[in-house]
Design a protein around this ligand. Structure first.
Ligand code: UDP
Ligand code: MG
Length: 319
């Protein structure tokens, strides 16, 4: 049985050697399995690639894939999975926020017959307060309106069997939202929890704006409720304006015509204008998704690798 650790790395030169040592220490103690590393360099500019090369020379089990530029963590995970050949794959961060010490527990779950073992964080104390608040709200919202179930704290840290890996690979959308994809494909998943830890070295690659974009991405990728929201909003506004209209007619019939009304008029016009622009924005968000998806650009482009026959992704046209 071959188990591969898929590790997306973006400017992780500081922490990558620590990650390697720590996970090797854990893996060496697990009997009965072969292990491999697929380190994906997501266009780093800080010597991450040279560390990967060093590691691969020291340890034949280390494979690396280096992108031609930064494509994002989602692309890196996808590239790792497409290039994996093992029976099981574990997706994990390089910063030791996903403790390798959980791998034996994950293997045990697989032995019990699960297709997947996912780890979720019980707390988010390693994150800043504002970000914790924002993430909580996001999960509550997305679980309400989308057709997939995403537990709060569920990161990408999980072990999957070949069957599930193939299913995840088959979801070849360009705009990937792994949390949704993992949940969408289904399979028997065992959840284990772990204590939150601060990253071992270096710093987070997420900005607040980046996270916000990611949240919008997740919502529009797995829910069409915002589109329906336009219908509800439209109906509500039409219904209330009809009632208002009746009121105006009755008032005119009883009290005759009177002219003042500039304030209510401008309020209504502005309110309606706001609703229309909001709905256009929602439509635009989905249209942009369709636009990117039909262009069908590759999800990643490999610049360098030590894999003999790497699996490229040149879109549906060139596959
Ligand atoms: N990462 C990546 N490409 C990016 C950003 C991040 O491959 O564009 C990797 C990063 O190297 C790390 C993982 O994704 O291994 C998680 O990133 P980070 O620790 O910055 O995120 P956080 O833990 O704060 O959510
Ligand atoms: Mg991290």
């Amino acid at each position: 049985m071959l188990v591969e650790l898929i590790v997306p790395c973006y400017n992780e030169a500081e922490v990558l050697p620590l990650f390697y040592e720590e996970s090797r220490r854990v893996l060496d103690k697990i009997p009965g399995y072969d292990f491999g590393f697929i380190l994906v360099d997501d266009g780093s500019s800080d010597g991450t690639l040279s560390i990967m090369k060093e590691l691969s020379q020291k340890d034949g089990r280390v494979k690396y894939i280096s992108f031609s530029r930064n494509f994002g963590k989602e692309s890196a995970m996808y590239a790792g999975l497409r290039n994996s050949v093992g029976d099981y794959a574990v997706v994990m961060d390089a910063d030791l926020q996903h403790p390798p010490a959980l791998i034996p527990d994950m293997l045990r779950a697989m032995e019990e017959g699960y297709d997947c073992c996912a780890a979720n964080r019980t707390t988010r104390s390693g994150d800043p307060k504002l970000r914790q608040l924002f993430t909580k709200g996001f999960y509550r919202f997305i679980n309400k309106i989308s057709d997939v179930d995403m537990p709060d704290g569920a990161g990408d840290f999980r072990m999957m069997n070949r069957n599930m890996i193939n299913a995840v690979i088959a979801m070849s959308e360009v705009q990937r939202f792994s949390k949704g994809i993992f949940s969408w494909v289904g399979f028997d998943t065992k959840w284990i929890s772990f204590e939150d830890v601060k990253r071992a070295a270096g710093e987070t690659k997420w900005s607040f704006w980046g996270l916000f974009r990611y949240a919008v991405e997740g919502i529009t990728a797995f829910s069409t409720v915002p589109l329906k929201f336009a219908i509800y909003l439209g109906s509500l506004v039409s219904a209330s304006s009809f009632i208002y209209l009746l009121g105006v007619i009755i008032k005119t019939l009883i009290f005759g015509r009177d002219f003042p009304g500039y304030a209510s008029m401008i309020t209504i016009v502005l309110f309606l204008g706001g609703c229309i622009i909001l709905c256009c924005g929602i439509l635009g968000e989905y249209m942009a998704k369709i636009y990117i998806e039909v262009k069908n650009r590759p999800i990643y482009i490999i610049g360098r690798t030590n894999i003999e026959k790497p699996v490229h992704d040149y879109g549906r046209n060139g596959r």
